[in-house]
Structure formats: structure tokens, C-alpha cells
Design a protein around this ligand. Structure first.
Ligand SMILES: [Zn+2]
Length: 113
């Protein structure tokens, strides 16, 4: 008899299920609830709510895992523009490739009236 069966032990999984990166989980949560979402470890300040149980925290440093349910994805509840996590530049947390070619400079702009 094989020990492999349909009933495997399950641990609490982050949003989206196993094998999903936190960034992807946050992105999916963001698409689902329409608020900027971040995940544990990102340095963002403000008021956040756990996307799983709505536990709210006033975060000042790196986002934790939810103390209530273990979720790692948080929705930003603050007003104003989407906060950018410390150390990241792109809004989605994805580093955009900077063009390696010469920077295009407009030199033909005439300021004379
Ligand atoms: Zn929670």
C-alpha cells in the first residue's frame, strides 16, 4: 500500500495557495479587493488590514505576518497615493529594466517665443 493519499496534512498557506510568491499573492489580493496590497517583509508605513481576517495594524516598519491568522498579505487602508515600500522603486514591486542605451534628450526645444 502506498502511503500517498488524498488526505495530506495541510498547513496554513498564504493567499493564493502553495508555490505562490508573496508578491503574486499580494497582487491577486489587490485585484480582488481593489486596494493596494503588500506582504510581510515589505517596509511600508500606515494602516493595514489583513486580507484574510481584516485584523488591522498601524505599521511602521516591515509588515509582519498576521498575528491573528498567519496571513502575510495586507491591504493598505490609508488615504492618498499608494505607498512605495522602502528599497523599491516600481509601483508593483517589479524592477523595471532601465534602458541601457543613450538617454534621449530633447535638444531642439526652443524656449524663445
Ligand atoms: Zn489575519
Amino acid at each position: 500500500m502506498s502511503s500517498r493519499g488524498p488526505h495530506q496534512h495541510r498547513r496554513a498557506e498564504p493567499a493564493g495557495g502553495p508555490g505562490l510568491s508573496p508578491a503574486v499573492g499580494a497582487k491577486q489580493a489587490e485585484a480582488r479587493i481593489g486596494k493596494p496590497c503588500f506582504y510581510g517583509g515589505q517596509k511600508v508605513q500606515g494602516l493595514f488590514a489583513c486580507v484574510a481576517c481584516q485584523f488591522q495594524i498601524n505599521n511602521r516598519k516591515s509588515l509582519p505576518t498576521c498575528p491573528d491568522c498567519g496571513e502575510i498579505v495586507w491591504a493598505y487602508l490609508g488615504d492618498g497615493p499608494r505607498p512605495v515600500p522602502e528599497g523599491e522603486t516600481a509601483e508593483d514591486g517589479v524592477q523595471l529594466d532601465a534602458p541601457s542605451g543613450p538617454v534621449k534628450v530633447e535638444e531642439n526645444v526652443k524656449l524663445d517665443p
